[in-house]
Design a protein around this ligand. Structure first.
Ligand code: OGA
Ligand code: ZN
Length: 375
């Protein structure tokens, strides 16, 4: 039985009515550009061989017909012939499929401080290493919730870099491949004191910002020093619900971020809330320590501050924050474009030592897709 009810075409456009009544309307030039034949695509790696400028300016559809589960198209004016499988057309049709990436809020599960009860997304490190299904679930937690906790990661210096190698690549920075989070004398960053740190995302002054952060607890015998995580996409949604104008102000205007010490002077200009072309949130940035001088057109400044303050106030709401104390051997892996982190101040007595490192989301998503396809 045919999976297609009807096909209709004129020179410019092919219209397919599928058996479930959904409709694909495909432009002639798009079909020619996406030709899957060996003359247009390398059959081994699927990469496109032709350039858009190789396609005649007046390309059209001369005729289209069905042959079993394949659609045959003959193009004018050059008589080029393409075959498309119906599976390919269904999976790639731009009318039937979402056009945007999997980073947006539309594909995430938003959460607040009480969403998980006692059951935080967690995975034993041994299972992460040895059991593909456990690893997949952990990577899916990062995709869906923006974080996962790994338990019983060996408390050895540098172990964090081995963890990254299990799913992606270390993103080295001016702090080196990894950094030590403990109290230092004359620190270049307030993270290296025993002060509390408000909710923030790391390194908004980098371009591009590291998509993933890891913090591995090696020692924790101080009073205080609890960790806080918070869903920045949820906070942005709350802002949009409470004040669409404030949301627009923060998503449409950019701020300068900067980090400077003797070895580095890093600068960026980016919005606090980044949206895609459907106005869905795809990234948040917030870091009180590294916002540089705020420079906006004079007529915007008066309206900017209430929006900025509103967002900051939402980020301080206890109800949105997940609070827990990282124990030695625990490692948190989180999406640094979505999940904010913070820590409470801690006592001078005792020792608190974390190691931190960065990685990028593309490597993690790649491992996730390969695992999903293989299981
Ligand atoms: C950091 C940081 C949090 C902590 O180093 O980026 O935010 O728990 N540290 O010490
Ligand atoms: Zn931080």
């Amino acid at each position: 039985m045919s999976r297609i009810r009807e096909i209709f075409c004129d020179a410019q456009e092919l219209t397919i009515t599928w058996e479930n009544a959904s409709v694909s309307r495909l432009q002639a030039i798009w079909l020619r550009d996406h030709c899957q034949m060996p003359s247009s695509r390398n059959p081994d790696n699927g990469q496109r061989l032709l350039n858009i400028t190789d396609i005649p300016l007046d390309v059209g559809i001369k005729q289209a017909s069905l042959d079993g589960d394949r659609l045959i198209i003959e193009f004018s004016p050059d008589g080029h012939r393409s075959e498309f499988s119906l599976d390919w057309l269904l999976q790639n049709c731009y009318c039937l499929n979402r056009q945007y990436d999997d980073r947006s809020e539309a594909d995430k599960i938003l959460w607040h401080g009480g969403s998980f009860g006692q059951a935080l997304p967690r995975c034993a490190y041994s299972a992460f290493c040895d059991q593909p299904r456990s690893k997949l679930a952990a990577l899916q937690a990062v995709r869906d919730y923006g974080f996962v906790l790994l338990d019983a990661v060996p408390c050895e210096s540098g172990q964090i870099l081995k963890v990254i190698e299990k799913f992606g690549y270390v993103r080295e920075t001016n702090y080196g491949p990894m950094f030590e989070v403990r109290t230092k004398i004359d620190p270049n960053n307030l993270a290296y004191t025993n002060l509390g740190l408000g909710c923030h995302l790391d390194n908004p002054y980098r371009d591009p910002v590291p998509g993933l952060q890891l913090l591995h607890c090696l020692d924790s015998s101080t009073e205080g020093g609890e960790s806080i995580l918070q869903d920045g996409f949820m906070a942005a949604k709350v802002l949009r619900d409470e004040s669409p104008d404030h949301f627009l102000m923060l998503s449409q205007h950019r701020l300068n971020f900067r980090f400077r010490d003797e070895c580095a002077d890093l600068q960026s200009r980016v919005p606090l809330i980044e949206v895609n072309d459907l106005d869905e949130v795809v990234k948040v940035r917030f870091n009180n320590r590294s916002i540089d001088t705020i420079k906006l057109p004079a007529e915007l400044m008066e309206r900017f501050y209430p929006a900025y303050r509103h967002f900051a106030e939402i980020l301080e709401r206890a109800g949105l924050q997940l609070v827990f104390k990282l124990q030695p051997g625990e490692l948190m892996l989180f999406d640094n474009t979505r999940v904010l982190h913070a820590r409470k101040a801690y006592s001078a007595a005792g020792t608190r030592h974390l190691q931190g490192a960065y990685s990028d989301l593309d490597g993690l998503y790649s491992s996730l897709r390969l695992l999903e396809a293989s299981l």
